[in-house]
Write a new protein. Sequence first.
Length: 316
Amino acid sequence: MASELIDTAQAILTASDTVISKAYRDEDRRWRKEDIAWREREAEFMQRQALWRQQDLVQRELENARCLWSRCVEKNRRDVEERSEQLKAISNLSALIAGFALVAFLQFDFEPNAASEGVQLAFGATIALTVLLEANAMVICSLIHASILRTGRSYVSSQEEADFMARARHFAAGYQPGDRPPAPRRNFQAHWQYACESQWRVAFLMFSAGIPVFFANMALAAWIKFDYSIKTAVTMTAMMGLAFAYFLVAQNRWSWHLIGQRHNELEEALPHSAPGGLPWDWHQTPAPGRTSLGASRPGSLLDKRGEDPHEGAEAA
């Protein structure tokens, strides 16, 4: 009897242990299936994340290229505006001086025997020479101005942008440390140097040469108009001489700045040390002591708790 009870209890315990073990194994199988599914989802998510990262890098490269293209477009626009203002200024001044000389020719009254024939000949020659120089300078500047307004926008067309963007993406894909980003194949400065610079110099020199001739014309007009007053003629001649002297000083100071060759217009200077970072990390590090406004120098006015130096000055 006791042995039967023991056998029955043992059988019950064995069956219970078997059921529990089977339930544990079933639960373990379900957990492993869930773990495998979770790991598959995690691997899929990591693949998608890598794809998203790659797409983000491509988008960032595209944005960097577009930013660089926008910079080139802005530089082209500023160059066209700068040259346009120069040409309009010289053209307007040339037309004004030529108009003064022409008015002097049409409305200047004098007696035939007011001065010698040589003075009258010089007076007529200076009028003609002034109108010739200034009118030609005006015409050349006007034609160049019309030309650059027509061709200036062709360097930022959709075709130029597409070509630049393609080369920029190729640059980012095959980047090596020290490489520089691409530049537009054509630009306005190259067109100016090739097609306009020589004619601009001719127009500016004509304009500059016409001014002293106009001064000489005014001095000769004094000797014809005031032939009865030598002092008046001498005074006007002296004043024209002073004006001519000041013109020479101003011309010597500013003319070569306007027509002199600027070497950094066709291409920008390369950095002294090749960069070693990522693509587009091509800018040159500012030289020590040349930080604008002292923004990054320790102890500067802008570095002290973000205070504005003007506010400190007002408080003082």
